[in-house]
Structure formats: C-alpha cells, structure tokens
Design a protein around this ligand. Structure first.
Ligand code: 26W
Length: 774
C-alpha cells in the first residue's frame, strides 16, 4: 500500500513538473515581481488530495484506481502529515501559499527542512506525552533535492577590518564555521490554472571545503545535523537558544544568498531588487534577513550603507501575529555577537541611525531610547522588523488597530504610512471543497460551482437560506459529517457519542488566553446541574483537541483536567445520557479535516484583545457552524457579517479588558467568594471530585493566587448565558440550519484568495501570470 501511494504521488509530482518548469520560465521571461514568504513554519498537512484536485486529475485517478481494485481513500491515508509548524501561523503560511499559486501570482515559500515535525501527542493516563514526529521516515514524494543550488552559511568567527586605497573599510569573517545549505523543493500547485510555485526547504550538511579548525570533526558533524532537527528548540538552555538563533539565520541567509546570486546573473546591479522581489517576514523569526541583506549588499557587492539601506528597506514587509509580550522575540546581545559577529555590527548601526532619526524627528531623547532596537542588553526583534520594512501588518482589523494604538503606538505615530491590516484567510478549497464533499455537493446543486475559484460567490446561498427543504438538506449533510467524526471518536477514544447531540467544538493550541479553561468550567457547571436535576435542556458532546507546549505546565494541567472531567462525565450513568466530553489526541491538519465539518458550535472564547485573528473560527464557519465567542480577532469581522442573529457573542470587550488591566480593579478571589456556582466549580478542583487534592494546582493557583490573568471568572456567567442561547437555538433545528447556511454564505470573505489579493494590492504589488485551463 505504501508503495502504491509512492507511485501515485510520484506520478502526480511528475505531472505537475511541466507546469512547475513553465511557471519558472514565465516568471523569468516576464521579469515578474515575486514574493519570498519567509516562515519558520509551514503546516502543510497532506498534499496528495489537494495536489490532484488542484491539477484537476482527482476523479480520473480515483476511477482508474478503482478499476485496478484500489481504493484511493486508503492510499490517501498512507500519507503522513507534513507538520512543520506549531499552529495558526504555520497553517496560515500553507493556506497563503495555496492561494498565491491559485490566484496566479509567482513566489516562493522558504523555511527549514526539519527532520522531525512538531511533536506527536499521546494521552497517557489523561496526560500529554510528547513523541517525536518522524514524518520523513518513509520518504517524501513531493520534495526534490537540489544540490546544484546549495550555498554556504557562516557562523561564529572574528571580524577582520581592512581599509582599501579609497578609504573604504572591508569586513571579513575569519575562523568561522561553514554549513552547507541544500534546498529541497516542493511544488505548490495552483487550482486548475497551471501556475506552480515552490516551497523551498533548506537542509544543513557539513561543508566539504571549509572545515572548522578549532573543532573536532565529530562535534562539527553533530552540530550541523542538529541544526535541522526540529522546530523551536527548547530555549530554556543556552544551547537551545543558540540553536534557535542559528536556525533563523541559516535559512534566511541561504535564501538571500541564492536570490542575489541569481539576480546578479541577470542584472547589472541591485538597484531594481525591490521591483523584482518582496521578502515577506512571517512574524519576527526570520527578521535577521534584514541585516543579512545589508551585509550581502555591502560586504559582497560593495554597496555603500545608504544605498544598501534604501534597497533593503524597500524589499521587506513584516506581519505581526501576536500581542502576547512573552512571544515577542528578544535576543541577548552576546548571543548574536558570538554567533553572528558581522550581523551584530550591522544591527548596531541600524539602531544608531534609527535612534538618531527619531531624535531628529521629535527632539525627544527618551522617546528615541525607548523605541530603540537594542535595550537592556537585548535585541528587540519587532522594532527591528518595523524599522527595516516598508510595511507592517496585523492579521485582523481589531489586531491591527491594537498594534497601532498599543504595542507599536510610538512607531505608528512616527511612521503611520507603514501600517496596514490584512485579515487572515483559509483556503476554502482544502477546508470545504476537498474535505467536505458532502456539503460541497449540496452547495453546487444550489449555487453552481463558481464559488470554488471565487469564494465571494458563496453569498448566492443567502437566497436559499430561508428554504425549509434546503435547511433540511443541510441538516442531513451535517449529520453525515457528525457520523464520520463519531466513528473516529469511537475507534480512537472508545466513546460512543450521540450524533443527535450538539457538537460543541474547541480545537486549537492550548494556551491560557484561549481559555479552554472557561469551557471546562462550564462543563463542570453542567455536570453538577445535570447531576442535581437529572435532566437537561439538550444533549451535548464537548469536543476538544489541543497540543500544549512541552514546558507549559498550566496548559498541560488543563489537558489533565479535561480528561479527568471527561472520565467522570462519560462514566456517570445519569449525566452521560445528556453529555459526553471527548479529547481528541494529536490535533493536526488531518484531524482538523475530520473535525471542522462536524462542528455545530465553534468555540472562539479568547480574552478579548489577545487572539490576533484565529483561523479555526473561519474553518468552522465555512462548514456551517455557529460561532460562540468573544469580540476578539477575526470574530469581530465574522460578527459584522452575520450579525447578532447568527452568532453568539459574550464577555468583556477588548476596551474593557484594557481598562481592567490598567485600573488594577480586578479581583478574582472576590468573584469566587461571592458566586456560589463559581465557588463550587473551583472547589471541585480541590475536593477530590476529579482527582487528588493537588492534581489541578497549576490551575487553582492561577485563578486564586495569580488573580486569573485572562478573566475566566469575570466572563463565566455571561458564557453560561451564551451557552443557554445556543441550546435554545439548537432546539429549533430548521432555524438553526438557516443560521448555519448564512454563516456559510458570508464566509467568502475569509478565503485566503481574498487575503492574497489584499497583500498583492496593498503591500506586494505583484502581477498575475495567469493561464487558466481551456
Ligand atoms: C515559540 C516561538 C513562537 C512564538 C509565537 C512561535 C510562534 C508564535 C506565533 C506568533 C504564534 C501564532 O501562531 N500566532 C497565531 O497566528 C495566527 C495566524 O495569523 C493567528 O490566527 C492567531 O490568532 C495567532 O495566535
């Protein structure tokens, strides 16, 4: 079976390679501007179905295989997920790559060819255990190794300064360590338009020519191999930190070197670099690309600072994906000095000139210092990204507004023209058309198939939302999808869930600001209520899936609590008749493809102001779920479209949250003391209901002793009300279906095709090289 998968995959790749070559040639001939999307993560998932569908050969292949007695779905299951990412940021990168090609724009994604993907999660005795994800162990049919395009990247060493006869100072690295960077290219196939772009993943190998002098060969080999081991090495140790930094520089330097080398072959100079390339920085992880381009232009191609800076600044655009301060990157000066001495000098000079510029603009020395890239012995990456790019954007309107008003306010005040919003999107082809063919069939029977290439045509569904027969047909489709998920749950969790119950779904990374805890507290509340009343308004199935960062104790404790509550609820003779709780192990792209289509309620309950955008919210909306959420991230834009009748809002608004933080008025303990329901829930963490007394101390302490940073208790009662509304709505099934249909109808805005066009028009300025199928 694996061999059959390999053969099919290879055939598909070969089929695509003609278009791949053509796209490259056309881009060169027409001197089309290209985007290079630098990202530490690409969460691709599986590619077989997607690629065959985009090439328009899925049905032929399926039927052909069937004639041979081979079930294509079984082959599909053989593919391992390419899980080169943590979560939202990585999946966004993958969706954007799909839409870039599908909308006919040329470009590259660039990252690292990690040997292991993000860890696989096992649940053992209710706890998360991390297992390595050996995604390459059976090979990867999609990649092509390109040794001819290898370059060398240099680390460590000392700087040699030499002045030439014109007085110009030349910098040279001595005694540095060389690493050979070999690219592996994966085709990114556009939807039925023949455009095929490249995802280039760099892999580290020992240099054959430049061996380090002060290191034994063995250590050198090991260090080189370690470089591409895995995503985000643990940064609690010096060694891990250094490795992270090394990874970041490794792939940006390799990419820029190869771009410039290529450019130099075809152009007399680099003045036109910004007309031919935009280097997009997916968060700050690839930000060393900015000083690296400066270095290459000055040290290798002999540009003066001012000219190099002008070119550099016009080449870069940066997207911010989080306002959580702990996730804003900072690097200790000495790390960068040791690992990348020349890059450090350049950063220092960028900073010196920037401070001077701010002082000249404002006359305010303190302000200039406070906006500095280098502060407290640390290099602050977000400021460097802002200074070195022509564009800074957030990923949903509210998020972009918060960047301007709050975390980047000083920069916005001085450089307002740099700031943009580009609301995230998802490729509706993968997330609806290819993986929910039941719903797609219904939609095409109603509104035709133009929405597949133009998602705004989903709005044609509005005209059908009132039709009871359409509503009934939708409910039928939902039932089929819930059946599929129920079967999965039975097979993997051994829990029989009722497909007539409301499927209440929260699937995303586990993080305190995403407030899975609020959801669990409500489940505990329901558990006590049903135990007491021996009855319930509706039946519910609560579905969770989430990975916790390996060293994030609170998040792991929440997983334990979910599983402990699940065990209690599911084994209670009475309560389990009305509700079930399920934790699906190892959430990844393939799991999401089964879960999203089956959701009735989409839980998007982050503390307002904290979730930059969210993209799971878009996936569930597109598959006909109703969002129960706070006014946060892209929920705000979902609400603007579907309005109060088709979404359930609750909780503090972002302004309320800011005020509560500023005024230090919030007192979680007071709420606990005065609210009997809440007290009962919190006490149940300690009184043996769900486990030993100290089993949930991480959670208990967070709420009681650390004053509940994300306002779980504050929003609790409003959340309970929102859940009651959901139950009332759900009881009228046809009306419910109407709301779901309207959600689908308005989901067109959240196609990543729209996101790509926003980037193209407002930031990248690319031109299509379209060539549609006849
Ligand atoms: C470990 C270092 C690190 C820190 C932060 C790695 C990755 C991050 C990202 C910024 C986290 C992330 O994935 N952010 C999510 O980005 C999505 C795409 O824009 C948004 O939809 C989510 O709201 C945001 O949390």
């Amino acid at each position: 079976m694996n061999e059959q998968y390999d053969i099919l995959g290879t055939m598909v790749r070969d089929y695509a390679s003609i278009y791949w070559k053509e796209t490259k040639e056309k881009t060169q001939q027409r001197k089309s501007k290209q985007v290079f999307y630098f990202s530490m993560e690409f969460l691709l998932g599986r590619l077989l179905v997607n690629n065959m569908q985009n090439l328009g050969i899925y049905h032929i292949a399926r039927d052909g295989l069937q004639d041979l007695g081979i079930n294509i779905h079984e082959l599909e299951e053989k593919e391992t997920d390419a899980g080169l990412g943590n979560g939202g940021l990585g999946r966004l990168a993958a969706c954007l790559m799909d839409s870039l090609a599908s909308c006919g724009y040329p470009g590259f994604g660039v990252s690292i060819r990690y040997e292991y993907g993000f860890f696989r999660q096992k649940i053992v005795n209710g706890r998360q255990v991390e297992v390595p994800d050996q995604w390459l162990s059976l090979g990867n049919v999609w990649e092509i190794r390109k040794p001819k395009h290898a370059v060398e990247v240099r680390f460590y060493g000392e700087i040699d300064r030499r002045q030439d006869e014109h007085g110009r100072i030349h910098f040279q690295l001595k005694n540095c360590e060389h690493v050979r960077c070999v690219p592996y290219d994966i085709p990114i196939i556009g939807y039925k338009n023949k455009i095929t772009n490249t995802l280039r993943l760099w892999s580290a190998e020992p240099s054959s020519e430049n061996l380090p002098r002060d290191k034994d060969f063995h250590s050198y080999l090991n260090e080189t191999r370690e470089l591409c081991h895995g995503l985000y090495p643990d940064d609690s140790t010096e060694k891990g930190k250094l490795l992270r930094l090394k990874q970041q520089y490794f792939f940006v330097s390799a990419t820029l070197q190869s771009v410039l080398r290529n450019h130099a072959r075809r152009n007399p100079d680099f003045e036109n670099l910004p007309e031919l390339y935009v280097f997009h920085l997916n968060d700050t992880h690839p930000i060393l690309a900015i000083p690296e381009l400066m270095r290459l232009l000055m040290d290798e191609y002999l540009y003066e600072w001012n000219d190099a800076w002008e070119i550099t600044r016009r080449c870069f655009a940066y997207t911010n994906h989080t306002v959580m301060t702990e996730a804003l990157e900072r690097w200790p000066i000495n790390f960068v000095q040791t690992l990348l001495p020349r890059i450090y000098l350049i950063i220092e000079e960028i900073n010196r000139r920037f401070e001077k510029q701010v002082f000249e603009m404002t006359g305010n020395y303190d302000l200039a210092r406070s906006m500095s890239i280098i502060k407290d012995q640390m290099i602050h990456m977000a400021p460097m990204a802002i200074v070195g790019s022509y564009s800074v954007n957030g990923v949903a309107q509210l998020h972009s507004d918060i960047l301007k008003a709050d975390i980047f306010n000083n920069y916005y005040t001085l450089f307002p023209e740099k700031f943009f919003n580009v609301t995230n999107g998802i490729t509706h082809r993968r997330w609806l058309v290819f993986f929910n063919r039941h719903l797609t069939k219904l939609l095409t029977s109603l509104i035709g198939n133009t929405f597949i290439s133009d998602a705004s045509d989903l709005s044609k569904l509005v005209a059908h939302a009132d039709d009871p027969s359409v509503q009934a047909a939708f409910l039928q489709v939902k039932q089929i999808r819930k059946d599929i998920l129920a079967k999965y749950i039975l097979a993997h969790n051994g829990i029989a869930v009722d497909v007539n119950s409301l499927f209440d779904v929260q699937v995303k990374r586990l993080h305190s600001y995403k407030r899975q805890l609020l959801n669990v507290f409500h489940i505990i509340y329901q558990y006590f209520k049903i135990k007491n009343e021996q009855n319930s308004d509706i039946k519910r199935t609560y579905i969770f899936a989430a990975k916790a960062a390996p060293s994030y104790r609170f998040a792991k404790n929440v997983i334990e609590l979910i599983n402990a509550v699940a065990a209690k609820v599911n084994n209670d003779a009475i309560v389990s008749k009305f509700m079930k709780v399920v934790f699906i192990e190892n959430y990844d792209v393939s799991k999401a493809e089964i879960i999203m289509p089956a959701a009735d309620i989409s839980e998007q309950i982050s503390t307002a102001g904290k979730e930059a955008s969210g993209t799971g919210n878009m996936k569930m909306m597109l598959n006909g779920a109703i969002t129960l959420g706070t006014l946060d991230g892209a929920n705000v834009e979902i609400h603007e479209l579907v309005k109060d009748e088709n979404m359930i809002l609750f909780g503090l608004r972002s302004e309320d949250v800011t005020r509560l933080y500023q005024e230090h008025r919030y007192n979680a303990y007071e709420i606990y003391r005065n609210d009997a329901n809440i007290r009962r829930i919190i006490d149940s963490l300690k009184d043996g209901t769900f486990g030993p007394e100290s089993a949930f101390d991480e959670i208990y302490n967070e709420i009681i002793y650390k004053n509940d940073e994300f306002f779980v208790l504050q929003d609790f009662n409003d959340y309970v009300k929102a859940q009651q509304t959901a139950a009332i709505w759900y009881q009228n099934q046809l009306q419910w279906a109407k709301k779901c249909l309207l959600n689908i109808a308005f989901a067109g805005k959240f196609s990543s095709d729209r996101t790509i066009r926003d980037y193209v028009e407002n930031i990248w300025q690319l031109k299509e090289i379209v060539e549609y199928e006849d």
